[in-house]
Ligand binder design. Structure first.
Ligand code: SF4
Length: 349
C-alpha cells in the first residue's frame, strides 16, 4: 500500500466507470473486474486473467486491493478455531469459526479495537484503532468460508457480526459488506443466515429500520436496569434503556422482525430473579428471543461466572413467563475465542 494509490474496493461504481471510460475500456471489463474483486477474491490485478495486460498495469498504477491475510490460527478442544488477520497497513484483528453438528458459524469483526469499553470485554481494553473497510469485512467472510471448507469440509452456514468492534459505529462499511455478501455477485448468502449484534447504538438501530434490513438484529442487553447497565456498558449512559426501547419498537414496527437479546450472565451482578423480572418487563416491547450466555472469565477479568443453580432459576423464570429463551453454551473458551474474549492473548495490543 502507498499513499498515492486508492483502495479500489472503496471506490464508487461511477468513479470506476469514469476511469474505464477515460481508458476507452468497454463496460463489460468493469463487470469482469468486479467479479475478480468480490466473487473470486483476487489479491492482485495481475491474477485477473481475462483483463488485458495494459488495463492491469493502469489499474496497478492507480489502485491497490486492501486484501487481508490470515497470519495465525489456534483451535480449541471443541474445534472452535480463531484466526488472526492482518491488514495491508499491518493492523491485526480476529475472526472465529464455530462448528456445531452440521453447521459452521463465522463470527467476524467490524473494527480494529472498540470505543465502547464494555467492562466484561477484552476488545474494549485495547481501545479503538480504526474501522475495518468494506473490503476487509467482506474478506473475513470470504476467507473464513474457504478455511471452513479446508478444516470442516463445509461452507459457512451462518455469520454473526459479534467480533471485535461495534458494527453500528461503522455503519456504511458494515452494511456495504453485508450487501455484497448477500449479493449474487459476492457470496449469494441468505439474509436469514446473517445476524448483526449491537451494544445498543440507538441512531444505528433506527437507521437499520429505515433501511429496511432483511438480516437479523441482536441486541447485547446484559441488564435491564439502567444503573447496572451503565456500569457494565458505558454506552448506556449515552443511549439509556428508554431510548433503546423506543428504537427497538421502531425497528419492529418498520421491519416486522423479531430481535434477539444477548444476556451475559455475570455472577452476582445481573443474575438475580429481580434482574429477570426487569428483563421480562423490558422485552415486552416486541416479539423477541433471549439468549442467555455463560460468562467466561479471562485473565484480567473482574467478574465471576454465575452458578449453575442461579442460571437454571433465571432460565426457568423467563420460560415461565412464556419467553423464548435459549442457554448458549459458550465455545472456544480455552483459546479465548468466546464472547468478550477476542483480543485476549494475541499480539494485538
Ligand atoms: S462487547 Fe462489543 S461493543 Fe462492548 S467493548 Fe466489546 S467489542 Fe465493543
Amino acid at each position: 500500500m502507498d499513499n498515492k494509490r486508492k483502495n479500489i474496493r472503496n471506490q464508487e461504481y461511477s468513479e470506476l466507470m469514469d476511469f474505464f471510460n477515460d481508458l476507452n475500456e468497454k463496460k463489460f471489463r468493469l463487470t469482469q473486474l468486479s467479479e475478480w474483486l468480490w466473487k473470486k477474491g483476487s489479491e492482485s490485478f495481475q491474477e485477473m486473467k481475462n483483463l488485458p495486460q495494459s488495463l492491469k498495469e493502469k489499474l496497478e498504477q492507480q489502485y491497490y486491493i486492501d486484501k487481508i491475510k490470515p497470519v495465525f490460527q489456534t483451535s480449541g478442544k471443541d474445534k472452535t478455531t480463531k484466526f488472526l488477520f492482518q491488514s495491508v497497513d499491518d493492523h491485526k484483528f480476529e475472526g472465529v469459526l464455530i462448528p456445531d453438528k452440521d453447521r459452521v458459524t463465522a463470527c467476524i469483526s467490524t473494527q480494529i479495537g472498540c470505543q465502547l469499553n464494555c467492562s466484561f470485554c477484552a476488545t474494549g481494553k485495547i481501545g479503538y484503532k480504526r474501522n475495518l473497510t468494506t473490503g476487509e469485512i467482506f474478506d473475513e467472510v470470504f476467507l473464513l468460508n474457504k478455511l471452513s471448507n479446508d478444516i470442516f469440509a463445509k461452507n459457512l452456514s451462518n455469520i454473526v457480526i459479534m467480533g471485535m468492534g461495534e458494527p453500528l459505529l461503522n455503519y456504511g462499511n458494515t452494511i456495504n459488506a453485508i450487501n455484497i455478501i448477500m449479493s449474487e455477485n459476492g457470496m449469494g448468502m441468505s439474509p436469514q443466515r446473517i445476524t448483526l449484534s449491537t451494544a445498543g447504538v440507538v441512531p444505528g438501530i433506527k437507521k437499520l429500520a429505515d433501511d429496511n434490513i432483511k438480516f437479523n438484529l441482536s441486541i447485547s442487553l446484559h441488564s435491564a436496569d439502567n444503573e447496572k447497565r451503565s456500569t457494565i456498558m458505558p454506552v448506556n449512559k449515552k443511549y439509556d434503556l428508554e431510548a433503546l426501547k423506543k428504537a427497538i419498537k421502531y425497528f419492529y414496527e418498520k421491519t416486522g422482525t423479531r430481535v434477539t437479546y444477548e444476556y451475559l450472565m455475570l455472577g452476582g451482578i445481573n443474575d438475580s430473579i429481580e434482574d429477570a423480572v426487569k428483563l421480562t418487563e423490558f422485552t415486552k416491547i416486541s416479539p423477541c428471543k433471549i439468549n442467555l450466555i455463560q460468562y467466561n472469565s479471562t485473565e484480567k477479568s473482574e467478574y465471576k461466572n454465575t452458578s449453575k443453580e442461579k442460571l437454571q432459576d433465571f432460565f426457568n423464570f423467563l420460560e415461565n413467563k412464556n419467553l423464548i429463551v435459549t442457554l448458549r453454551k459458550s465455545k472456544g473458551q480455552d483459546i479465548n475465542a468466546a464472547c468478550g474474549q477476542l483480543a485476549n492473548k494475541n499480539n494485538i495490543l
